[in-house]
Design a protein around this ligand. Structure first.
Ligand SMILES: [Mg+2]
Length: 240
């Protein structure tokens, strides 16, 4: 039996998730607004001195964010220019995350599962690519079950230079807890990559409906469909 690891939870898509993803009108609106958010992030990066080709081919907000930051870090941008770049990039990023969160509800059974895990003695933290403002709004909201009460620490985009799939957010949570062993519970390839890069376990909650082929590529330690499965899964993985 291994010692209990620190349990790290992603937020968007993991604790809260978009309702009714099949709804046609919402979906079309969502995809269109998403496309414009990414386009604006690329334009913003270019306006702040990041060459177009650095971000042109990138299709995820996190990739554009990290690539712009890395370019500034490795090409001698003065600190105030980097700050201005990232502050400007944060505007469309905030719009993207709000568009998602407006359509999101708490994943059923989450409060009950986190209560059980806490009673079993697991320490829990949140590691998210969302902003501090959005994270606190969601974690404090009765509508989302006041989830903040379960987490000793929350690490957000505003607390890091890079977002997932970079492992920085995980390393920061480990430092805050003085721990090395962790299991990340998340819904995306970015979570899988970040957990692997930080040297810990990864449990995928399949809210995105990934098929077997995709799941195999992500190589999680386990796949769940709701958080209520976590106590049993953790026990199966050999944790107390
Ligand atoms: Mg997520």
């Amino acid at each position: 039996m291994r010692r209990k690891p620190l349990l790290l939870f992603d937020m968007d898509g993991t604790l809260i998730t978009i309702t009714d993803p099949a709804s046609h009108s919402r979906h079309v609106w969502h995809d269109a607004s998403y496309g414009s958010v990414k386009h604006r992030m690329k334009e913003t990066a270019a306006a702040h001195g990041v060459p177009h080709e650095v971000v042109a081919g990138l299709e995820r907000m996190a990739y554009i964010w990290n690539a712009a930051r890395a370019y500034a870090d490795h090409n001698g941008f003065p600190e105030e220019d980097t700050r201005a770049l990232m502050t400007a990039l944060n505007v469309p990023f905030m719009e993207g995350e709000r568009a998602d969160q407006e359509l999101s509800v708490i994943v059923p059974g989450t409060v009950e599962a986190l209560t059980t895990l806490r009673d079993l003695g697991y320490e829990m933290a949140l590691v998210t690519s969302s902003s501090r403002q959005s994270t606190e709004r969601i974690l404090g909201s009765p509508e989302y079950g006041r989830l903040g009460r379960f987490f000793t620490h929350t690490v957000t985009r505003d607390d890091c230079l890079y977002v997932k799939p970079d492992p920085e957010v995980i390393m920061k949570a480990l430092r805050l807890h003085g721990k090395e062993d962790f299991v990340l519970i998340g819904d995306s390839d970015h979570d899988a990559e970040a957990a692997k890069a930080a040297g810990g376990g990864f449990i995928l909650i399949n809210t995105r409906g990934y098929d077997q082929k995709h799941l195999k590529r992500l190589d999680p330690d386990a796949v769940i469909t709701c958080h209520g499965e976590l106590p049993g899964i953790l026990q199966n993985l050999g944790y107390a």
